[in-house]
Design a protein around this ligand. Structure first.
Ligand code: KG4
Ligand code: ZN
Length: 327
């Protein structure tokens, strides 16, 4: 099937064409305008999606070298995300599906992040454990079979990506925080400062990052004499240590042979190195290419195709669900 995917849940406007499980085009426009504000401004995000989507969809169709009447279905993110931003993409997709008369399906953004791994590695086998780490979510899932999810751990407050973003904001390094922190951390000593790691007791699979953020804030306010590279490297290490420790625990508890990492934070190369060091010889570890970790529409189109192939579609009056859960 040839599917058009549309993504507009936060600050990436994106369109993609997938055919039979393979990407023909993957067009993403990151809304740089939010850099000026140190974080995403919802109203601006919606307006930017509205301005960009038509152009991006045309571009994705052209780059895929197909014509409009080749499209057999549309997948669009229906949640979780910013209400106005989701609404822009869903309204656009609904209008488009009506005009070319093809089925539409509203896609769960979190599920699409997970399925980006299946897009990258079609031969992945269940059961597996997934560390899902994005700007809004930090969760560990046990996935027994297709669409069969068990939540093993979640965050009590901030998500890992949020910890990167808020840390970067405190240090005045810009938005989004993840890539800039990763870059600066490469030049620092990650053992320079012993930032707190929360909820580390045996068997605990929950996360909490708000204390870490506060501790960074105190450190900066005290104006202690540390190099910014060392602060950043130590801060990043504190986030990643917790992620890797809990992922390892989940793998041991569920005794799986496969683990996948999904979401924007999975783009972090230090995280990849740490997970590989701890696990690679024992079990299979997968993460998608970096452009499939951060928000994109290829993962939306890919998952939409799986649903549509099973005959599952949405009715045209489906609504956006800003706090949509995976389960
Ligand atoms: O999945 P995503 O693109 O959007 C959401 O669904 O939230 O994730 C965005 C998050 C942001 O918090 C961003 O700072 C983080 O992913 N991120 C990274 C890296 N690239 C993006 N975090 C750490 N290292 C990176 N290289
Ligand atoms: Zn995302």
């Amino acid at each position: 099937m040839i599917i058009l995917g549309i993504e507009s849940s936060c600050d990436e406007s994106a369109a993609s064409i997938c055919k039979d499980g393979k990407i023909l085009s993957n067009v993403v426009s990151s809304q740089k305008i939010h850099n000026n504000y140190g974080g995403v401004v919802p109203e601006i995000a919606s307006r930017e999606h509205d301005r960009l989507l038509n152009h991006l969809v045309v571009k994705s169709i052209n780059e895929a070298n197909i014509s409009l009447n080749n499209i057999e279905g549309i997948g669009v993110t229906k949640g979780p995300g910013l209400a106005g931003a989701l609404l822009t993409g869903v309204s656009f997709a609904k209008g488009f599906s009506q005009s070319i008369n093809v089925p539409i399906i509203g896609i769960n953004h979190l599920e699409a992040h997970i399925y980006a791994n299946f897009l990258a590695y079609p031969k992945l086998e269940y059961p597996l454990v997934c560390l899902l780490v994005s700007g809004g979510h930090t969760q560990i899932w046990y996935i027994k079979n297709i669409f069969d999810y068990e939540l093993l751990g979640d965050t009590r407050d901030d998500a890992a990506g949020e910890a990167f973003d808020k840390g970067s904001r405190i240090l005045g390094l810009g938005y989004p925080g993840g890539p800039v922190i990763e870059k600066i951390a490469n030049k620092g000593n990650s053992d320079a400062i012993n930032f707190p790691r929360a909820l580390m007791e045996k068997d605990n699979l929950e996360f909490s990052f708000s204390g870490l953020k506060t501790s960074l804030l105190y450190l900066v306010k005290k104006e202690q004499l540390f190099d910014v590279e060392d602060i950043v490297a130590s801060y990043q290490k504190a986030i990643l240590d917790v992620l890797v420790t809990k992922l390892l625990r989940a793998i041991n508890i569920k005794k799986v042979n496969t683990c996948i990492i999904a979401g924007g934070v999975a783009a972090n190369k230090c995280l990849r190195r740490m997970v590989n060091d701890k696990l690679n010889n024992r079990i299979n570890v997968y993460y998608p290419d970096i452009n499939l970790c951060t928000d994109n529409a290829a993962m939306i189109a890919f998952l939409a195709e799986i649903y549509l192939m099973k005959g599952i579609r949405s009715s045209i009056d489906f609504e956006v669900v800003p706090n949509l859960k995976l389960k």
